[in-house]
Ligand binder design. Structure first.
Ligand SMILES: Nc1ncnc2c1ncn2[C@@H]1O[C@H](COP(=O)(O)OP(=O)(O)O)[C@@H](O)[C@H]1O
Ligand SMILES: [Mg+2]
Length: 300
């Protein structure tokens, strides 16, 4: 009797000892894992930061060098005996570089306005079809250069949407430029619009390019996020197009969705609410006491 109770006491203390050893081992393992993941995160943050700095460096310096170099040649054309046709070519290069820089600066200002919540809409009734058609023709030359065909299906009876023309053009332009940029030569990009129930207008821009995995898509939607931001990157950009397009769509009371599959392609769906829905949402916000700043629209 005594010996069996002594035996179970001994077992218990052994069990306790094992339990505390095991507990310590688990704690040590967790601490090692936490330390490892913190180190990995810090390494990743450092890598993203240095890629971002080197991209911005490239994005800002390249057009500025074009402006500085070619304007100097034009200024010295008499001494250098530069042909008139060359002068025109250099002036066009300077013009394109300056437009590129202005777009970049505007994008940076836009994303900071979006992030500070100080963006407002100067809204009126708009024809989505006309804005899409204008963007398609603006990107036609770029698509031709990349041997990418743009196929459009834009019905004439789309209901009007309430929005700001420049901002809707920016949304469609950003998505169309990505679709062309990431499409292989010889493929096609489809731009479609449709009327959905409640007069919602759906715009779908589809490509059959490299696509993105779920993790890559998460990076791509972050400001300055690029899937391959390294120096080996073939294509230009700053990683602001997608987050700006998404925020601007939401500012219009719309929805922005991307479906992408690696090596299959990408489909971006933009849903824009009808003017009645926008009016309903504004009435609801007013009834709930939200300010114009919160709803993002300036009074008309
Ligand atoms: N249609 C697409 N197909 C494949 N990758 C895309 C597509 N659109 C965007 N991406 C990825 O998302 C990143 C961010 O896009 P975006 O914000 O427009 O910035 P940028 O075009 O300046 O790189 C791109 O660099 C690219 O890696
Ligand atoms: Mg882009």
């Amino acid at each position: 009797m005594l010996s069996s109770s002594f035996g179970s006491q001994k077992n218990n203390s052994l069990m306790n000892e094992y339990a505390s050893l095991l507990g310590d081992a688990v704690l040590r393992h967790r601490a090692r894992l936490a330390e490892h993941s913190a180190r990995m995160e810090a390494e990743l943050a450092g890598k993203v930061k240095s890629e971002f700095i080197s991209n911005m460096n490239h994005e800002l310096r390249t057009p500025l060098n074009t402006v500085i170099g070619f304007s100097k040649i034009i200024a010295e054309q008499d001494r250098r005996e530069v042909d008139k046709s060359k002068v025109i070519e250099y002036a066009n290069l300077i013009h394109d570089a300056a437009v590129h820089l202005l777009t970049l600066i505007n994008d940076i200002l836009d994303i900071s306005k979006v992030q500070s919540g100080s963006y407002t809409l100067d809204a009126c009734e708009l024809d989505t079809r006309a804005i899409l058609a204008q963007q398609i023709s603006a990107f036609r030359e770029e698509a031709n250069k990349a041997s990418v065909e743009i196929i459009q299906r834009l019905p004439e009876d789309l209901p009007p949407v309430r929005g700001e023309e420049r901002k809707l053009a920016q949304i469609f332009g950003n998505i169309l430029s990505n679709a062309i940029k990431f499409s292989p030569s010889g493929s096609s990009v489809k731009v479609e619009a449709a009327r959905l129930p409640n007069d919602v207008v759906a715009v779908v821009i589809r490509d059959t390019g490299g696509g993105m995995s779920a993790d890559e898509l998460e990076i791509a939607l972050q400001p300055f996020g690029q899937v391959d931001g390294s120096k080996t990157r073939r294509r230009e950009g700053t990683g602001l197009g997608l987050p700006i397009a998404k925020s601007l769509t939401e500012l219009h009371g719309g929805e922005f969705e991307i479906r992408s599959q690696k090596n299959v392609g990408t489909e971006v769906v933009i849903l824009l609410p009808s003017r009645q829905q926008v009016a309903m949402a504004r009435a609801r916000d007013t009834a709930l006491g939200k300010s114009a700043k919160e709803t993002g629209e300036t009074a008309q």
